[in-house]
Design a protein around this ligand. Structure first.
Ligand code: HC1
Ligand code: SF4
Length: 571
């Protein structure tokens, strides 16, 4: 232990503790802007300067460790002045047009300026201007970048993709797409992790709310909305509602107030995905030869784009099943259109997703199988949905709960866990077991694939089929390590679930942002709780999915399924 004094308070802390952490423990938190624990501890913003007795100059608290006898002053006039000057210099390069910024009210720079009582700017403001590219889902506004390096670090250290980099020198130093490329020309997976780690509005997800409002106002269109599993445990955060109040039922009620004709559940097609993907796995598993191993899940478009660009030789291992979001669109513009007697060209399908990559997925040329139009017309993130509700003066906390509409609105416990790492695998194993044996396993038989460990593996015995060796990873850095190990022959699996975002969609790039606080784990925990208390916990028992097969599709992997619900991943 190390004995120190912070602002007159004596305390003992463990060796290796930073001044920042020690001050937090002493009850005198130090302001910071670029800092993210374990990810970005480079003192780029110099907001965390403190005075240390005996030191010649101020030191930064986030990347300096305490030593025996250290005496720290965190809040002297000189410290306050230095921080203010540093922040004003940052603001001199920042477009502070806060009133129309997407991050206004949720911006760490704005909050710090307010907290530090900065209300005038003595330095001339010269933000870096650059054209904004709206052709891709992740949008960078150079004029708002404060060069904190968080995007570079999360993309390098967590996602291992190296899309962002420092460019320029001296006062022209900035952060940009590496090698000065356009984002759309890179292998960026559009996972959006750089966006959720950006403290300002420099990195955002393209706003498509205008297209949705236009569709809602068009009397010719029937508007159909689907809501992804992970959205229900995150949407209410922006409204400050507790989980008990911010339920899926209130989200449905709020969307109905917006005027959508039908509010359906992506959980329905998550169950459908299990029927198709589970059957596909069993087909491959029982006829082993001629297939590429392992079989990989295909519901995360960030992962699919990653595999195509980084490991093209492994693409044959991807399940051909489309993602639940895409299956939903295809079913809405075929089965639902027929059932309601509607022209599929007049059905406008909107998805609410925790994800930025889903915007790129729905625009793929291959995703238009139902009627030649895109199966999904617009994807909005959880944050965009919250903004829409706000702009329409909907107060979700005051609404009585409502149910999803039928016939695409029922989902099981196996579906809701798609939003958490391990959930797709758990759900697939439950139904694969049933499809082989004709009886259900214990719904909690596959707990080894749950939890936040970044790389999990397990072997399960399915009577009549044998041992199934599975792995689950989340985060693209972990995905790269796994695929490299597969290619090197160091590991071998039958079935692998990959989600691009750490913790799965619960921590997706479209979810509410909380100043660098990671919420994938608690949101995921709530998804597992929803599964545990669900009336039905097996995808094959979803009555609406059973009806879809009976009335329209016939059987899993049948001709209609092949046409509507599967893809060769070529485009
Ligand atoms: Fe996901 Fe999925 S779980 S990919 O993370 O398979 O986005 O929630 O909707 O499609 O169901 C996202 C979440 C989502 C799909 C499902
Ligand atoms: Fe999108 Fe989920 Fe994949 Fe992240 S893990 S890129 S949120 S689908």
């Amino acid at each position: 232990m190390v004995n120190i004094v912070i602002d007159g308070k004596r305390l003992a802390v463990a060796d290796g503790t930073t001044i920042m952490e020690a001050a937090q423990r002493a009850g005198t938190p130090i302001p910071h802007l670029c800092y993210l624990k374990d990810l970005n501890e480079i003192a780029a913003c110099r907001m965390c300067v403190v005075e240390v007795e005996g030191a010649e100059r101020m030191v930064t608290a986030c990347n300096n460790q305490v030593f025996e006898g250290m005496v720290v002053h965190t809040n002297t006039p000189a410290v306050r002045q230095a921080r203010k000057t540093n922040l004003r210099l940052i603001l001199s390069q920042h477009d502070s047009n806060c009133t129309v910024c997407i991050r206004s009210g949720n911006c760490e720079l704005q909050k710090l300026a307010q907290d530090m009582n900065i209300h005038y700017q003595p330095y001339p403001v010269q933000p870096e201007r650059a054209r904004v590219d709206l052709s891709v889902p992740v949008v960078r506004e150079a004029s708002k970048c404060i060069k904190c390096m968080r995007c570079v670090q999360v993309c390098d250290k967590i996602q291992d993709m190296h899309i962002w980099d420092v460019s320029g020198t001296g006062s022209r130093t900035t952060v940009d797409v590496s090698l000065r490329r356009k984002l759309g020309d890179t292998d960026c997976t559009f996972c959006g992790q750089c966006v959720t780690h950006c403290p300002t509005g420099a990195l955002t997800v393209r706003d498509d709310t205008g297209r949705v409002l236009k569709a809602l106002a068009d009397p010719e269109l029937t508007t159909v909305i689907q809501v992804a599993p992970a959205v229900r445990v995150a949407w209410a955060e922006s409204f400050g509602l507790s989980p008990e109040v911010g339920t899926a039922g209130r989200m449905v009620a709020a969307l109905k107030r917006m005027g959508f004709n039908y509010v359906f559940d992506t959980n329905f097609t998550a169950d459908l995905t299990i029927m198709e993907e589970g059957s596909e796995f069993l087909e491959r598993f029982t006829h082993r030869d001629g297939y590429s191993w392992p079989m990989y899940t295909s519901c995360c478009p960030g992962w699919v784009r990653f595999l195509k660009s980084q490991f093209p030789g492994q693409v044959a291992g991807l399940s051909t099943a489309k993602s639940p979001q895409q299956m939903f669109g295809a079913v809405a513009k075929s089965y639902l259109a027929q059932k309601l007697g509607l022209d599929p060209h007049k059905i406008f399908v909107v998805s609410i997703m925790p994800c930025s990559a889903k915007k790129a997925e729905c625009a793929l040329p291959s995703m238009k199988d139902a009627c030649g139009d895109p199966d999904v017309d617009v994807v909005l993130t959880t944050r965009e949905m919250d903004r829409l509700l706000r702009s329409d003066c909907v107060l979700p906390g005051d609404l009585p709960e409502e149910k999803f509409d039928s016939p695409l609105g029922t989902g099981t416990g196996a579906a809701v866990i798609f939003g958490a790492t391990g959930g797709v695998m758990d759900a697939a194993l439950r139904s694969a077991y049933y499809l082989v044996t004709g009886s259900n396993p214990d719904a909690d038989a596959f707990t080894a694939v749950r939890g936040s460990k970044p790389w999990k593996e397990a072997v399960f015995t399915v009577p009549g089929a044998g041992d199934v060796k599975v792995a689950v990873v989340s985060g693209l850095g972990n995905a790269r390590a796994l695929v490299e190990a597969v290619e090197a022959g160091e590991v071998s699996y039958d079935f692998v679930e990959v989600m691009a975002c750490p913790g799965g969609c619960a921590g997706g790039g479209g979810q509410p942002i909380h100043g660098g606080v990671e919420l994938a784990e608690p949101r995921g925990k709530r998804l597992w709780e929803l599964d545990a208390k669900a009336d039905i916990r097996f995808s094959h028992e979803n009555p609406e999915v059973q009806a879809l097969y009976a009335e329209y599709l016939g059987q899993p992997l049948g001709e209609k399924s092949h046409h509507l619900l599967h893809t060769d991943h070529e485009a």
